[in-house]
Design a binder for this molecule. Structure first.
Ligand code: IVH
Length: 675
């Protein structure tokens, strides 16, 4: 029989191993229920026999007493910050400077890492046991947040492996994922607590909690990227250091990449900026580090920043500006949406002058007023949104904003639908609705009528030339020429684009109709299922319910749409002018990855990781994040790390990006036999 002490040791070891698999490798091998059973057993045993509790016991992650104040920890070596390069040119300048400094014949390699937008911290291990952790503070001294750091499951309580140095200090970044940030803010909203402005602030607030039980409820994460003092162990390169970190059980960012040519630095910087939107956490740039430690030492430091590293910052996505006005805009279904008209600002390379305010509830919640100075964010292709009002800058005489009681365009009464925050204009012939539906009809994803912009649509409606999208196809040149600022040439061109739009494919025509909740994706599904407008128009609720990807709300919307006589007439009118696309039962994409699981690791050059995953999915396969026995292929680009090692260990077929491309082009079924 095992002694109690042995069982406690065994449970500690096992649970720590499961934590590591779950939180660091993202590859659990037991169920949550099983894990909970082991954990409870350990808690019970430690309660009865506290003398046997291990220094790295997982129960120590939670349950520490609240502190009065944080103690100060002096960093053994200062925690430096980084010089910034604001664009490609400045990055090139940095490369040039380093090479000049080293002598242009020295061969130098680099490591690129994402610049994580969180909080820098230090973790200290003595004889392999986590003994203390601190914030970066002023770089020389930080706050002792050991208890809070212990709550982060990716912080090993004991280092893995043999021959661990006496002291191991490492630095990394604590972050909160977007998913967990949203969840946290939702909970705070329910509890009536102030919301965090962004994940970074939320992570900072969570780390600087005097009561660790509060931190324990916030699912913080950590990536390690930098050494502090490590006794009796040296590394030839930074890359070797990162590899060692993984062996010790730390989490290293999977996008870290070894870059051997100068030009790869630029590619990496641009590629990561594209990748930025597909990550579930914030990065605000990349960090480029000289890989060879001897060369790092040769280059040395300035007062606060190393000469061997630089932060290549991405274009900012948040800017401060002022709300000049709030406009109530009527959409094609009559919903009235408040839109903030902004003093134009450039964000991430585009000028932003409008931001949606969603609805009255949103305005009330953030107390947004005309004249306010606000922080606006534009992320990727997403519509700009207002993150926060800077209340200190609010003009004295400002008043809360309320959406108008009547439709701003036709003056009809508005209606607030029950259980729905939206306000709607009740007039079905409201010209604003007509205008919005024509805009949608003519849009690029719809009928793609070039030259039919907002102003012209306005003129056509005011001139009584169109009352429905079908009227566009009956327009005559003389009618157009009679409009203000319309010449012979522009009239001819517009009529030509209208004529061309008659040959748009079925999915585009369905999209153009503007059926509620039916965007580009669902239009394609509907087109593929029904193959013609006639069949779609007469679809029964029962048939719609059988289509995968069409939920009850969408199905209801489609049935309601086609039960309205005016919509049926629109379809007939469109058909009468010659718009009657049918889907040629097109060949489906060959399902070459049917039943196969693919993992991507390292940097891809031909597509983003999301695109690559989508390519696998549309070909019947499954794209996952972690390598396990179930994985059929691993596609590895430069900088591939632990996933690649694991794939090799498990004998999984490994492909280069080129080979993956060849597979896609050959359209053949694939064998997973090892080469
Ligand atoms: S290395 C001497 N690597 O950026 C090198 N820092 O502006 C010092 N940061 O204080 C840091 N991601 O908190 C490094 N991959 C990364 C990083 C990173 C984020 C933060 C870190 C540092 C700040 C410097």
């Amino acid at each position: 029989m095992k002694s109690v002490k042995e069982r406690i040791e065994e449970l500690t070891r096992e649970i720590n191993e499961h934590n590591y698999r779950y939180y660091v490798l993202d590859d659990p091998i037991i169920s949550d229920a099983e894990y909970d059973r082991l954990f409870r057993e350990l808690v019970e045993l430690e309660k009865k026999y506290p003398q046997y509790r291990q220094p790295d016991s997982p129960t120590q992650r939670i349950g520490a007493e609240p502190l009065e104040a944080f103690r100060t920890i002096v960093h053994r070596t200062p925690m430096l910050s980084l010089e910034n390069a604001m664009n490609e040119m400045e990055l090139r300048e940095f490369i040039r400077r380093v090479k000049k400094e080293l002598g242009n014949n020295t061969s130098v390699t680099w490591v690129g890492e994402p610049k994580l937008d969180g909080l820098g911290v230090e973790l200290i291990y003595e004889k392999g046991i986590f003994t203390a952790g601190a914030t970066r503070g002023d770089g020389y001294r930080g706050e002792d947040i050991t208890q809070n750091l212990k709550t982060i499951r990716q912080v090993p309580l004991k280092l893995r492996g043999e021959n661990i140095p006496e002291i191991v200090e490492v630095r990394g970044e604590v972050i909160l994922s977007h998913k967990n940030f949203e969840k946290l803010n939702q909970e705070r909203e329910k509890a009536g607590e102030p919301l965090f402005a962004n994940p970074r602030n939320a992570a900072a607030g969570s780390l600087r909690q005097l009561d660790p039980s509060v931190t324990a409820k916030r699912p913080l994460e950590i990536f390690i990227y930098s050494p502090g003092e490590i006794t009796g162990m040296t590394f030839e390169t930074h890359w070797d250091f990162l590899e060692q970190l993984k062996k010790w059980g730390f989490r290293v960012n999977p996008y870290a990449c070894l870059l051997t040519h100068d030009e790869e630095i630029i590619t990496y910087y641009n590629q990561m900026e594209k990748e930025r939107d597909s990550l579930d956490y914030d990065i605000d740039g990349v960090v480029i580090k000289v890989n060879e430690i001897a060369l790092q030492e040769k280059l040395g430091m300035r007062t606060r920043t190393p000469r061997w590293a630089i932060a290549g910052k991405f274009k900012a996505r948040q800017e401060t500006t002022r709300i000049i006005d709030i406009e109530a805009s009527v959409g094609r279904t009559g919903v009235i949406t408040p839109v903030a008209i902004l003093e134009p600002v450039e964000i991430g390379g585009a000028v932003v002058s409008r931001a949606t305010l969603h609805n009255q509830d949103e305005i009330d919640r953030k107390d947004i007023r005309i004249g306010d100075t606000v922080i606006v964010e534009r992320a990727g292709d997403v519509i700009p949104k207002i993150i926060k009002v800077i209340s200190e800058k609010r003009p004295k005489n400002s008043k809360p904003y309320h959406l108008p009681e009547r439709c701003p365009v036709c003056g009809s009464k508005t209606l607030r639908l029950e259980k729905n925050v939206a306000i709607r204009c009740t007039n079905i012939s409201c010209p604003a609705q007509l205008k919005a539906s024509i805009e949608h009809f003519a849009s690029r994803k719809g009928m793609d009528i070039e030259g039919l912009g907002e102003k012209i649509i306005d003129q056509l409606i005011r001139g009584n030339l169109i009352k429905s999208p079908a009227d566009l196809y009956r327009l005559k040149k003389e009618e157009l020429c009679a409009l203000e600022r319309f010449g012979e040439k522009s009239a001819t061109n517009l009529l030509k684009s209208i004529e061309q739009s008659k040959s748009r494919p079925l999915p585009a025509v369905i999209y153009a109709l503007g059926i509620p909740n039916t965007g580009e994706y669902l239009s394609r599904i509907l087109a593929e299922h029904f193959s013609s407008l006639d069949r779609l128009m007469n679809a029964s609720r029962d048939e719609l319910d059988t289509i995968e990807g069409i939920g009850p709300i969408v199905a209801e919307g489609i049935v309601t749409y086609f039960s309205d006589e005016r919509n049926r007439e629109l379809i007939k009118a469109l058909q009468a002018v010659g718009i009657n696309p049918k889907i040629e039962k097109q060949q489906k994409v060959p399902q070459i990855f049917e039943g196969k699981t693919v993992v991507f690791t390292g940097t891809l050059t031909k597509f983003t990781r999301d695109e690559a995953k989508e390519l696998v999915r549309t070909r019947g396969g499954n794209a996952t994040e972690s390598v396990s026995r179930k994985t059929d292929f691993v596609v590895a680009g430069p900088g591939a790390g632990s996933k690649l090692d694991k794939a090799k260990e498990l004998g999984i077929k490994i492909l280069t990006e080129e080979e993956f491309l060849t597979m896609l082009n050959n359209k053949k079924e694939i064998s997973t036999q090892k080469k």
